[in-house]
Design a protein around this ligand. Structure first.
Ligand code: KG4
Ligand code: ZN
Length: 471
């Protein structure tokens, strides 16, 4: 992760190359001084110290810890600076340091003058990068995305985070249906059977080979650990064999970036994340800048749909079944609207219990349940809970742009209610088409592109995580 150190956060890290004292001193002495640092597991493994002087930026120091060199981290750090400052940048480099000179040249720096004896008698070269060079797109980037966090094995190639070239997805729904939900051990075994076929099919469909791929984006979590590991090992193997950068993608970032395949994302925006594992409101100020406003205190909305569907004897996954039944029903059953408070949080376990109690009571009274009506009543309350908090977040934060993400974004009732809300509040709404709402690798490749521009890279020690916060 690459971040700007500021006066508030600089003490939170382990310093391999410089000390917090030096940072503090530079900040006190140089009013133009800034630190951009590469952080891994709280260790600062590389940094650029630069002065941002009105219309230009001067790089004063640039260092990567010796055990982290030659794996693209220096390039990532420099690219992030170029991207973030968007000004002319100058630096001095020792004339004998050919590796550094070639890196700077690749990123658009040009030698402008020689500084005689600048480094203890050895000449230095002053290099400059003109910002107009930076404004031109340097190169198209083809990202191969891989997703295997639950019961879909998927591979996709996406150009510049926006254009889907090819996607191949193998779903295991028919296998898990018999068990009423995803069986983790079976899911992992199915991923192992499918992953190579899916990857080969995807490359064939795109009519591309691995040499034409610029980087590999992989869902490292959250999800089922055994399932995640299959995709992760495939991604690491390809990255190793073909010498490609590996980009770690959080599954929820993937769902959010499904929207980038539809339309350019405009910031600041509110991302309404509604999936089988997550229900969250996330504010984004720019690409890859996530700020969680609130989330579910217990069950996720998709999980609640699936559990309610089970009580109603509907097949897994229950979400789409309730959705289509509810179109034919009437809102006749009284159910409580969950968590009517002033926060941005959600709670769906109470609603689930209310449905369980209602079904049991009706059974005891020998009253048949009208499934269409129960589906309609449940959906109305579940959608209302999402809409109420979404409305509050848009109004409180004065946002003009909203995106919806995750499997439950496929829900017709929610889509309709979101459209009405957007119209009422005059905000721009984006909801991906159904194929990008449920798990797929196109969204991972799209997120991977923006993660790549943000300087995010992983090495072969990357591990999968069943739980992880989106940061
Ligand atoms: O995002 P997703 O594919 O997987 C996770 O990352 O969790 O979401 C799957 C969830 C399931 O709970 C499924 O029932 C729900 O999305 N879902 C729906 C609909 N389509 C999928 N829920 C309500 N209405 C739908 N039309
Ligand atoms: Zn998902």
């Amino acid at each position: 992760m690459i971040i700007h150190l500021d006066k508030e956060n600089y003490k939170n890290y382990n310093y391999l190359l410089l000390s917090p004292k030096e940072v503090e001193q530079e900040y006190t002495m140089n009013p133009f001084g800034n630190f951009l640092v590469y952080v891994e597991n709280k260790d600062i493994i590389g940094y650029i110290y630069y002065s941002d002087i009105y219309d230009r930026v001067e790089i004063n120091q640039f260092e990567i810890d010796s055990s982290h060199r030659n794996c693209g981290k220096g390039t990532a750090l420099l690219k992030k600076l170029i991207n973030d400052v968007d000004k002319n940048i100058t630096l001095e480099v020792n004339i004998t340091n050919k590796v550094a000179i070639s890196l700077y040249e690749k990123l658009g720096f040009k030698a402008v003058s020689l500084r005689k004896g600048y480094y203890d008698g050895i000449d230095g070269i002053l290099m400059e990068r003109n910002r107009t060079i930076g404004s031109e797109k340097v190169k198209d980037l083809y990202i191969l995305g891989i997703e295997s966090s639950c019961d879909e094995t998927s591979a996709s190639i996406v150009l510049n985070g926006t254009k889907e070239i090819a996607t191949v997805t193998s779903t295991q729904i028919d296998i898990h249906k018999d068990y009423g939900g995803v069986v983790p051990e079976i899911a992992s075994r199915e991923h192992i059977k499918n992953i190579t076929i899916v990857l080969e099919d995807c490359l064939r469909k795109a009519d591309m080979n691995m040499d034409q791929i610029d980087a590999i984006a992989i869902t490292y979590g959250p999800g089922l650990i055994g399932s995640l590991l299959v995709g992760l090992e495939a991604a690491k193997t390809l990255a190793f064999i073909y010498n490609k950068p590996l980009i770690p993608v959080h599954h929820i970032a993937g769902h959010i970036y499904a929207n980038s395949l539809v339309k350019e994302m405009k910031f600041p925006l509110l991302a309404v994340v509604v999936s089988g594992g997550h229900t969250e409101l996330i504010e984004m100020s720019a690409h890859y800048k996530f700020h969680k406003l609130g989330g579910t205190l217990d069950d996720a909305i998709g999980e609640c749909y699936d559990k309610v569907a089970r009580i109603m004897d509907l097949e897994y996954p229950g979400g789409p079944k309730i959705d289509s039944l509810s179109e034919k029903g009437k809102d006749t059953y009284k159910l409580p609207v969950p968590l009517k408070d002033n926060s941005y949080n959600f709670s769906f376990s109470g609603l689930k219990s209310a449905v369980i109690n209602l079904v049991h009571n009706e059974e005891q009274r020998k009253n048949p349940i009208i499934k269409e009506d129960l589906a309609c009543s449940f959906q109305k309350v579940a959608v209302e809970a999402i809409i109420t908090k979404t409305k509050k977040a848009i109004m409180d934060k004065g946002l003009k742009s909203v995106i919806v993400a995750g499997g439950v974004a496929a829900n017709k009732g929610l889509r309709k209610a979101m459209e009405k809300l957007a119209e009422d509040l005059n905000v721009e709404l984006t909801i991906p088409p159904i194929k990008y709402c449920t798990d797929n690798a196109a969204m991972i490749a799209a997120a991977g592109y923006f993660a790549y521009l943000d300087g995010r890279r992983a090495d072969l020690s990357l591990n999968s995580k069943s739980q992880d916060e989106l940061i």
